[in-house]
Design a protein around this ligand. Structure first.
Ligand code: FAD
Length: 259
């Protein structure tokens, strides 16, 4: 039975904002990419004073940005996340988001002899279905190892090219469930779009779980939190008999326009 992988989402980099000298703006609590976004918005109108209490804090200012749809200023904040314990199904969907820059584990370079698998929760939840899944995943991994052995015998291991020749062919039998690892970098506007589309009822349950984990991470990071503060996490039932999941809702999630 292959090892079971579970998703893990970690922020490994965020925008480091530095206020330029000579600008009469009280930065207050604003840091990182959220500060960059507020600074960029204020720079448009050179509005460094804060006469309106509703927009005097970074939280209030960013909420106003979201309300009026001036979303391009959110592009000045960027977060890089490292996702592990996710499936190839997930990454196939995730990399469709063209403003997220991916760097993904290479199956041509890294042998998958002992690959772990990500089990869909509705299968893991049912012992009979879980057994069917385990058997199929093990069968696929065994076939991979047999093919890799024979291809390695045929082409040798004297060069990286020869090893890739074997691995890139053998991987054809690996299932969608195989664990992969990926670094994704995106600006805050792109991450909001990802969350709007993927932390929702219509999305696949795994990508939904990852999108919610991404949102939690961004909400916990001071440099991004104000940009994601409008989302609320709520429990969702796809079906009365299925395990519950979490989705993200926001009254500002549809303001995906720019000017
Ligand atoms: C529930 C669900 C089901 C799906 N089912 C399928 C499916 O069956 N088959 C399938 O192929 N895909 C499917 N997708 C993927 C979907 O079609 C998109 O490819 C994916 O969600 C990326 O989002 P996006 O198109 O908004 O673009 P992103 O790449 O996230 O870009 C964000 C925004 O930038 C703009 N943009 C980006 N690139 C361009 C461009 N070249 N030209 C103009 N504007 C651009 C658009 O406004 C876009 O909305 C599904 C997605 C979801 C959420």
């Amino acid at each position: 039975m292959p090892d079971i992988a579970t998703p893990r989402v970690e922020i490994i980099g965020v925008t480091d904002f530095q206020k330029p000298a000579g600008v009469p703006w009280d930065q207050g609590d604003a840091v990182g990419g959220a500060a960059a976004a507020e600074f960029a918005g204020r720079a448009c109108y050179q509005s460094w004073n804060k006469p309106n209490p509703a927009t005097a804090t970074v939280d209030g200012y960013i909420r106003h940005i979201l309300e009026v749809g001036h979303l391009s200023v959110l592009e000045h904040g960027t977060a890089t996340l490292y996702l592990t314990g996710v499936s190839r199904s997930f990454t196939h969907e995730g990399i469709r988001h063209r403003h997220l820059s991916p760097s993904q584990l290479s199956q041509r370079y890294v042998p998958e002899r002992e690959a772990a698998v990500v089990v869909p929760d509705v299968i893991a939840d049912d012992p009979e279905l879980a057994d069917i899944f385990d058997d199929a995943a093990q069968y696929a991994l065994d076939a991979y190892n047999t093919l890799l052995d024979r291809l390695t015998t045929k082409y040798g291991t004297n060069s990286t090219a020869a090893k890739k020749l074997a691995r890139q062919a053998a991987r054809a039998v690996l299932p969608n469930a195989v664990e992969t690892r990926i670094v994704l970098t995106g600006n805050y506007r792109a991450w909001r779009h990802f969350i709007n589309l993927r932390a929702t009822p219509s999305a696949d349950r795994e990508i939904r779980e990852v999108a919610v984990a991404v949102l939690r991470a961004l909400q916990a990071c001071p440099g991004s939190a104000p940009v994601f503060a409008d989302y609320e996490l709520v429990t969702y039932h796809d079906h009365p008999d299925a395990p519950v999941t979490t989705i993200a809702v926001s009254d500002l999630a549809d303001g995906d326009t720019d000017r």
